[in-house]
Design a protein around this ligand. Structure first.
Ligand SMILES: C[S@@+](CC[C@H](N)C(=O)[O-])C[C@H]1O[C@@H](n2cnc3c(N)ncnc32)[C@H](O)[C@@H]1O
Length: 213
């Protein structure tokens, strides 16, 4: 397994990505093709920036990537790629949500690779991870355009199934993804929701933001 990790670490270095986590997004995107030209992407928990850089390459110069993190993840915009805007803030706060709205109100893709500071206590780490994932899901429901895609990390464990079922209800299709580049012994899995049904309140669609891609 160490060889596999070294392989992805070296590959990321060679391809100019600051973290090997980029392949956890690339693998899902190659299979399901959700990062399309001209798309707007919200990348929550973006530091050090691999997912934002990869997304910017995929959506191209007509696209937009908004990255959010507690840590300073500002990234240089490269030719031929989308503009990347960075918001430094805690995603749990209303201020950060308002800062996102200032850039765009509807996104084609919402990503979250957020991870809590782990303590080694399996139960509490899993609960903290789930809290972050639930917040990412709340923001996905707020910011996703109809038919949009949500791809979110969560630590597998108690209550995960309930979270997955909640996601599944809001999307045409939903899957649990375990990328090859994710260590087998790691409890991280990714929830993928495709085809956002729109903002549903009491079963009635009240917002139908058109996807102008
Ligand atoms: C695994 S890293 C993300 C790696 C990134 N996807 C990449 O490829 O470069 C997880 C990030 O989640 C961020 N994070 C954790 N809690 C957060 C919160 N409440 N608000 C914003 N970011 C948070 C951490 O600061 C950390 O940088």
């Amino acid at each position: 397994m160490k060889e596999v990790q070294d392989y992805y670490f070296k590959k990321a270095q060679k391809e100019g990505y600051p973290a090997r986590s980029v392949y956890k997004l690339e693998e899902a995107n190659l299979k399901h093709g959700f990062l399309n030209r001209g798309g707007r992407v919200l990348d929550i928990g973006c530091y050090p920036g691999s997912w934002s850089l990869y997304s910017a390459k995929m959506v191209g110069p007509q696209g937009l990537v908004i990255g959010v993190d507690l840590q300073n993840g500002k990234r240089r915009v490269e030719d031929g790629k989308a503009r990347i805007e960075f918001i430094r803030g805690d995603i749990m706060t209303d201020e950060t949500s308002a800062a996102i709205t200032a850039f765009a109100a509807d996104f084609h893709v919402v990503l979250s690779d957020m991870a809590p500071q782990t303590t080694g206590n399996k139960w509490s780490d899993q609960q903290k991870s789930l809290e972050l994932s639930r917040r990412a899901f709340d923001l996905a429901r707020k910011f996703l355009a109809k038919d949009g895609v949500f791809y979110c990390k969560v630590f597998d464990g108690e209550d995960c199934k309930e979270f997955f079922d909640e996601v599944r209800r809001c999307f045409q299709k939903a899957k649990i993804v375990k990328p090859k580049s994710s260590r087998q012994e790691s409890r991280e899995i990714f929830v993928l929701g495709m085809g956002y049904k729109g903002n549903l309140i009491g079963g009635t669609q009240v917002v139908d933001k058109s996807n102008d891609r």
